[in-house]
Design a protein. Structure first.
Length: 458
């Protein structure tokens, strides 16, 4: 049994004793489930078209907040609109759901295996293919508690394309297109939509925000939040290389190869059997397994490619990485307000790269509120939790129709890294308490306690 399953087993038993479900029904593997297969002539339908829908039982730890859950199979595209495909989105409906609000949630699936997709993982919970889903989906609890329906698209699509920004953005925007016209939702005509994502979810939401003006300008999105955002894949790759989270790097390389033929052709030319076997491994596994399999892997060594430490200088690599750099293309600039958050000590998503993208977006006319967490211990996971109350309140204001009180861009900084379950008031105390309980009370400098847990598994 994987380390994280063992680590979270006491939590699962405790939640079961409280009457909270942690097990999923016997969901069918997406590769064998006919629901995922589109009908004949599916390519002829417009983006966002719904081919079929179903109700599902979502049995992760937060299901006690959910009245109903739907899944939609919808039309979307890969890197370009000329590459048609389909994807599935899951919609969680809380009790007393509001009919004029929707949250598109960017999860950190961060993996390539078909069973890592939210549409499957949400049904399996802690006993599914990856136990990281527990915290991942717990971060949706404040939205559900507020009565907001939450949509979680399978943002990687049928190619399981983690970190392939155009793919993730398109799948997300077309999911919103589909949901706002789904008659079971009974949305009002003035429905408002926001998007929220951190880390790998910020890749998804950041690209959705960037692509919306040119790909889906008609959808009623009124605000985006993304934090701990990996805006530059080259900077991300160099940050992850030889580190504890090097499994993310191999997963990302594989996803880019599976969506950019030039990238794949080049890797098959210079890659060693170690790399190619690693790529096949991540295509069949999820986040925890990948990081447990490849801790401290050095992709800049000749163990993985014939180019060794020159791999990131190769033209086919740099060309694709350049296309996937947020803020580079002026035409791909968010056209509704954005809240961006980032910790200065982020050990995964490079801080300087994120600041460069922020500067580029602002230069292109974006409307962004940036919050920098400048406390030296403000690392990746800690900032994700610390930012929950402020990002929730910011998105709530957008959903309530409140406009931001400035034009252009504005930045602020804070040393506050405390997470108080009372921050959102009595109504949200229980759900914030669940999140705090999952993280634990011993988060130390640079996520040291979190790192110790993962290191102990290897």
């Amino acid at each position: 049994m994987r380390f994280w399953t063992l680590a979270l087993l006491p939590l699962a038993l405790a939640l079961s004793a409280m009457g909270l479900a942690v097990r999923g029904d016997d969901a069918i593997d997406p590769q064998a489930d006919p629901f995922y297969e589109p009908p004949a002539n599916w390519e002829d339908k417009p983006l966002g078209h719904i081919y079929r829908w179903r109700e599902v039982n979502v049995k992760a730890i937060m299901d006690f907040k959910i009245k109903k859950a739907y899944q939609l199979l919808y039309r979307t595209s890969y890197v370009n609109e000329s590459e048609p495909t389909t994807s599935v989105t899951t919609i969680l409906i809380p009790y007393n759901a509001q009919k004029d609000k929707l949250v598109a949630y960017g999860d950190w699936e961060d993996a390539n295996g078909p069973t890592c997709a939210p549409s499957y993982a949400l049904q399996k919970g802690i006993f599914g293919p990856d136990t990281s889903v527990v915290l991942n989906y717990a971060l949706m609890l404040p939205f559900l508690q507020a009565g907001y329906p939450v949509a979680i698209p399978d943002k990687e699509g049928r190619k399981n394309a983690f970190a392939s920004g155009f793919v993730e953005g398109h799948q997300t925007l077309d999911a919103i297109r589909a949901i706002v016209k789904f008659d079971k939702m009974k949305f009002t005509k003035n429905v408002r939509v926001v998007g929220s994502g951190y880390s790998g979810g910020a890749i998804q939401i950041g690209w959705a925000a960037s692509l919306m003006p040119v790909y889906a300008p008609e959808i009623p999105v009124v605000g985006w939040y993304y934090g701990g955002t990996p805006t530059n894949l080259e900077a991300l790759a160099k940050k992850l290389n030889k580190g504890l989270w090097a499994g993310f790097l191999i997963a990302g390389f594989t996803s880019i190869a599976d969506t950019y033929s030039s990238f794949k052709k080049f890797l098959h030319k210079v890659g060693t059997p170690e790399l190619l076997n690693g790529m096949q491994f991540v295509r069949e596994h999820c986040l925890s397994d990948n990081n447990n399999q490849f801790p401290f892997a050095d992709l800049m060594s000749k163990k993985y490619t014939s180019l060794g430490d020159q791999i990131f200088e190769a033209a086919p690599i740099k060309e694709v990485f350049k296309k996937l750099q947020m803020g580079r293309d002026p035409s791909l600039t968010p056209n509704v307000p954005v809240l961006m958050q980032h910790g200065v000590s982020d050990e995964i998503a490079d801080y300087n790269a994120a600041m460069n993208s922020y500067t580029d977006w602002c230069g292109h006319g974006a409307n962004i509120q940036l919050t920098e967490y400048i406390n030296p211990v403000a690392a990746h996971a800690l900032t994700a939790i610390t930012g929950i109350p402020s990002s929730f309140l910011w998105l709530k204001d957008r959903l309530d129709g409140k406009e931001v009180d400035f034009k252009g861009c504005r930045s602020s900084s804070t040393e506050d890294i405390l997470f108080d379950v009372n921050d959102l008031g009595e109504e949200f105390k229980d759900v914030l308490g669940i999140i705090k309980g999952l993280v634990g009370s011993r988060i130390g400098p640079n996520d040291s306690q979190y790192k110790k847990k993962v290191t102990a598994a290897n």
